[in-house]
Design a protein around this ligand. Sequence first.
Ligand SMILES: [Zn+2]
Length: 134
Amino acid sequence: MAADCAFCKIVGHELPEFKVYEDEKFLAFLSIDPKVVGHTIVVPKEHHRWVTDVPEFGEMWSVARKVGLAAKKATGADAVSFLTLGFQVPHAAIWVLPRKEASDGHGKVIDFSIHIHLKKEQYEKLAESIAKSV
Ligand SMILES: [Zn+2]
């Protein structure tokens, strides 16, 4: 665990999260600044700076795929986009973004100026319905 790492704090339950998936190596939770409805973040429980540093790199992508398919089903999305920019929080992460091609407002790429606002109950419901399908 790295000090002052927000994702390590979520893994360590020092910060709250809307969990959608957990196994012994990975955790997936809803973004609290979602770009689309169902925006989920997959992280390794161990602190790694970059996705390319994660020893179980392939396994991490398999988790992202599994979570992505569940989020797609739960939100009625057409497809899933994945992003690994890595500069927002210094902890390896894959963004899982269920996309509605005609109506999510993003066009072909993700528009970072879009912020989806959800109430706590909506996050809880969404997390529950994604978790059910993973
Ligand atoms: Zn960390």
